[in-house]
Ligand binder design. Sequence first.
Ligand code: C5P
Length: 228
Amino acid sequence: MDTPHMADFVCPVITIDGPTASGKGTVAHRVAKHLGFHYLDSGALYRLTALLAKQKGVSLDDESAIAALARVLPCRFVHGHVFLDEVDVTDAVRAEAVGVAASQIAVLPAVRQALVDLQVAFRYAPGLVADGRDMGTVIFPDATLKVFLTASAQARASRRYKQLIEKGIAANMEDLVKDLTERDARDSSRATAPLKPAPGAFILDTSAINAEQAVAQVLAWYAEAPKP
Ligand code: C5P
């Protein structure tokens, strides 16, 4: 009888892609917790790269310099906290300005390529839930279940508004809608890995449902999905 090789064991992956503030972070995190799977917040990698570039004074359109930073990104994820070198940057990476900078460097193909291995390395037993823009289309095209979360710009802006106000950060609805719409346009229109549903993805509109309902739907789809 043949001895199975490690390479024969493929871990299940659930990909959750969608536009900014569609609720994918919350949903992906809860689904991962429910299943006991690892969780990849791929947007954090783009945010960390942008933050590092800003700290080092690298221009956000210097593709090769930013790709060089991304290739050896000194990041660690520990119990919900994100570290860049030894510094806890959990709050700093969530800042709106860092999100905007992340979406600017995310259009650069060499930067996206530099982050591929790091993302793929998150896939190990017992399984992974990965959230982002291109998880189902580019990084994990063989995912067990692919979900595309959407919500109206208005619903997403009001969610983001609530989050910011809760954190004591001043926010303005009009600016948020404008920022979201611009970021969506940049993410959807870029040549490399544009934001779009992967072939075979289940589309879930979260405008009128809460996180709990969205999680229940994803778990129901996963229960039905053929496993590797
Ligand atoms: O999801 P989050 O808002 O943290 O992502 C920040 C930015 O990083 C996005 O606007 C997008 O431009 C980029 N991104 C990406 N591909 C991913 C995840 C994030 O291009 N898989």
